[in-house]
Design a protein around this ligand. Sequence first.
Ligand SMILES: [Zn+2]
Length: 485
Amino acid sequence: MRFRWLKSGLCLAMLALQTIPTHAEVSGNDLPDFGDSSGALVSPAQEKEFGEEFMRSVRAQATLVSDADVVDYVQQLGARLAASSDAPGHAFTFFVVDNPAVNAFAGPGGYIGIHTGLILAAENESELAGVMAHEIAHVTQRHLLRAYESANQMSLPTAAGMLAAILLGVAGSNPEAGIAAMSAVQGASIQHQLNFTRANEREADRIGIQTLAHAGIDPYGMPGFFERLQQTTRLYGNNFPEFLLTHPVTTDRIAESMTRAESYGHRKEVDTLDFRLIRARLRVLNAETPAEAIKYFQPLAAKADAGPAVDYGLALALWRNSDYPAAKKRLQALLDKDPDRKIYRTGMARLEMDSGQAGNALKIYQDTLRLYPGDVTVGRYYTSALIQAGKAEQARQQALKMLRDKRARSPEIYELWAKAASVAGPAWETHVASAEAYYLYGNLRYAIDQLNKALAYKELSDYDRARIEARLKEFQAALKKREQS
Ligand SMILES: [Zn+2]
């Protein structure tokens, strides 16, 4: 499928934006229908398809953080901001890219990526939330339509692959990802289209600050962070934050958003313990060696004013160093003061697991799931622990139960299902689960191969066979589209 619908849809879409304020006075015939099935417009279904293809390209081209606590934190903060945005019904997916560059970006379909480098560069939660609220505003204000327009001469998979490469900052270094097909001229043109206009930036600042205030978060976080990034750039010229490439920051803009923040006032939440815990966690995960992490946290923990985030960081560092008794002691002290905190509970359960106390670990997970019913993060750790403890059938049931919830359909859960099914399920089920994981990772050939393997089993029921065949057709159609690009 060529991207013609984007071009023809674009002008109408722009027109629609201009006519929205007078919507009530205009007769229905004058307004384009975004849900039109004629294929001539950017329908929500088409944007969704573009977004899903974009996300598969991101997974194929970058390493995403799979640590469930980190992902959970960013998704919770994102959901809170989205609910306070000017389009609370819009669907968003937040994910974390394992990359030290200070970067964040919004793709089609509401997919918003945050680099670990940006989380570590933010000094408090309001700064991180400021960037996320700004990205959310680019999506709700449809600023991405310019990027879609520049993609209108390409097939959907090529456009999605290119967008992902440029936004991740890996364009030119990844010839495998469909980027080879992009001429230098096309690349430069798309890069140019991705640099939001000054008007876009101002609007994203304005709406983003409003979102922060509605969410009860300090609105100064956004201009404050942008200002610091700009200053860093002046000091370390060659260490230019990627973020400023697609979101040019000017002194004027910072001054304007400072004034805007002023109108809401400071009186909001600047920071949360969860933010500081996640930063400590990332610091330990990113350290080259456990010793390096211990060296960082030990002197901080010795200080009289050391807070729980420092203790948590040191507990994780000790754990990474396989010093389980010391790690447990420190984490238990935190749990005694704050027994319901999820990240402490999952931390303790994993420590029990790693120190050979599977029974204790499973009990903590079960208790925590009673406290947080249906929680995807706890469910994922629990499933993994059940597999490790040799309870494959229970793990399989847990994975299947979770997969009924759309939010749980991540490659990680499909992988856990595949693992559990390989021991406890019918033989074909592992292939079906693996196929879904490969599909989400953007590897269609492997996904198709797995479904064909599943179909080779004679004991399949008619119902299961029909379902797998239908899925196979969808994957084959997606592959065909990609190959035509
Ligand atoms: Zn921006």
